[in-house]
Design a protein around this ligand. Structure first.
Ligand code: UD1
Ligand code: UDP
Length: 384
């Protein structure tokens, strides 16, 4: 079976890495790896960390790329690749332009599609934009829908997509566990990471921030920055924000926050460094999807700077809270976690509704038509 894995952004790289590693060792599988290069620097560090050998690089990224320009470049280059490789199936991930364009190109050529991380929904096409549209379209075309959780399976059933759904857990937990094992196996690695960031102040509570969503561009980011500037006035916190490389994000964030002594704006962190930072953080403020899944596994409270989420599981479990982008609400929410130790202790407990580290193995079994036990969060006995 010739399996072509296609991915291009940082989160896709992280979440496809364990699957690509497992495919390389799977009997009866010829694994071919293609990165579209939708992200250049942010993806390349992931490939290095997970030691992924790339067979094809479509190199589509342009600085400041538009959605339509990106999509058009993707369609042409992926089509030529499919003609050359003639795969038995393609694997795509999530809700990016890469996933959507690659699926559509495969669909036009009647090549079966496996969708990793299928069935996530907010129910609102404008949030996240354009990802909610992307993920729905890919699911309609998919032949194997790898739903990470029971909630994502329920979303797919509501759309009459039964018969092709497999509940696997999310491969992000496979990736996070690989990173944690690497850190734990080599204490000198953590020591060298600590030496890389000598300005970290152990006497202050670390608030780790990420933000990049298109629907927050403009007023949303201005509010987020205003909230961070107010939070930075507290002398019991230290704010660290690895700023996404998108110029629409960087211009606003660096323009409005670079003068604050208590806000450390740094370049996007390599995945291992970011995992190390998440572990060290007191709490995390984010609009990222993947971070909402990883932080609960590490027992870190997450405040999500969005009005809706496609990841309701950790919200129900209590470790993730939606706070939107209003600056006052952000300041109050972070303040309540810092000032109320009992609240913090209630929320900062390890729950892991997203996976057990076996998602990649289940996906490969499903592709090969072998029986396997679906992911059941009740059976996760030892979250971190
Ligand atoms: C994309 C995904 C989004 C995902 C996010 C993860 C789509 C529609 N959106 O959004 O779902 O959450 O990636 O980060 O696919 N850039 C660089 N170097 C990099 C990466 C980005 O310079 O390594 C800059 C470029 O100027 C690029 C811009 O960031 O034009 C935006 O990248 P793009 O992939 O178009 O959108 P994201 O906002 O990153
Ligand atoms: N991440 C990283 N370095 C950073 C910020 C995030 O490696 O500086 C990781 C994070 O752990 C998660 C993924 O990137 O696995 C999330 O990517 P992003 O927030 O760009 O996209 P989303 O998950 O929102 O699609």
């Amino acid at each position: 079976m010739k399996v072509l894995s296609l991915f291009g952004t940082r989160p896709e790289g992280i979440k496809m890495a364990p699957l690509v590693q497992a495919l390389a060792d799977a009997e009866g599988v010829q694994s071919i790896v293609c990165t579209t290069g939708q992200h250049r620097q942010m993806l390349d560090q992931v490939l290095q960390l997970f030691d992924i050998r790339v067979d094809h690089d479509l190199d589509v990224m342009l600085p400041g790329q538009t959605l339509n320009g990106l999509f058009a470049r993707l369609m042409g280059r992926v089509d030529a690749l499919l003609e050359e490789v003639q795969p038995d199936c393609v694997l795509v991930h999530g809700d990016t332009s890469t996933a959507t364009a690659c699926s559509l190109a495969a669909f036009h050529r009647r090549i079966p599609i496996g969708h990793v991380e299928a069935g996530l929904r907010t129910g609102d096409l404008s949030q996240p934009f354009p990802e909610e549209m992307n993920r729905r379209v890919v699911d309609v075309m998919g032949n194997w829908l790898f739903a990470p959780t029971l909630a994502s399976r329920a979303n797919l059933l509501q759309e009459n997509l039964q018969g092709r759904i497999h509940v696997t857990g999310n491969t992000v937990i496979d990736a996070l566990e690989l990173a944690l094992r690497k850190l734990d196996a080599r204490p000198e690695l953590s020591a060298s990471l600590a030496a890389r960031y000598p300005w970290l102040d152990a006497s202050r509570k670390l608030v780790l921030v990420t933000g990049h969503r298109r629907e927050n561009f403009g007023a949303g980011f201005q509010q987020i920055c205003a909230g961070l500037a107010r939070l930075a006035q507290r002398d019991d916190v230290q704010i660290v924000y690895p700023v996404h490389l998108n110029p629409q994000v960087r211009n606003v964030v660096i323009g409005s926050l670079s003068e604050h002594a208590n806000i450390y704006l740094i370049d996007p962190l390599d995945y291992l460094d970011f995992v190390w930072f998440m572990r060290r953080a007191y709490l995390i403020l984010t609009d990222s999807g993947g971070v909402q899944e990883e932080a609960p596994h590490l027992g870190k409270p997450v405040l999500v700077m969005r009005d809706t989420t496609e990841r309701p599981e950790a919200v129900s479990a209590g470790t993730v809270r939606l706070v939107g982008t209003d600056s006052t609400r952000i300041v109050q929410a972070v303040g309540s976690f810092i000032d109320d130790a009992a609240l913090y202790q209630r929320v900062a407990r390890s729950v892991n509704p997203y996976g057990d580290g076996q998602a990649s193995a289940r996906i490969i079994a499903a592709l090969q038509g072998r029986p396997f036990v679906e992911f059941n969060p009740q059976s996760v006995t030892a979250p971190r």
